[in-house]
Design a binder for this molecule. Sequence first.
Ligand code: FES
Length: 162
Amino acid sequence: MSFSVTKTLEREVDKLVNSYPQKRSASLMVLHAIQDEFGYISKDAELWAAEKLDLKPINIHELVTFYPMLRDHDSGKTVVRVCRTLSCALAGSHKLHGHICEKLGLDKQGNGLQRTKDGKFGVEFAECLASCGTGPVIMCNDDFYESVSNEEADKILKEYDA
Ligand code: FES
């Protein structure tokens, strides 16, 4: 996908940047706004953000590659993140991850991000998603799901496939 700034995104970013005494304070919010629009932050988007924030492109690239919630490549329209940290692992998150992967035609044993051929889904493990008492926990983009069974995962995937 090429990076072409929409008027809505430009307005939103200008508003964010002008909300702070120092433009750089809006960096993460600007990057999230870009990701919400395009699904990830491309090199061209990094350059554009750097210009908007009066920063060097490397400053933006460092943020994009440091924070796990930011993506520098197309990871799929819906990114499913399955918590694999201890509490969720004990509650069955590895089996749930395998089930989700199988359902989407991905490798059950896959470890890193896997993307479906049609680009609709990306699936990856995540570290603690901060709801350890209600595992297994998953996130679909910014939506949070707790105590997810295989059957519930099927329903959730169906909703995002619509
Ligand atoms: S261990 Fe999964 S949310 Fe904390």
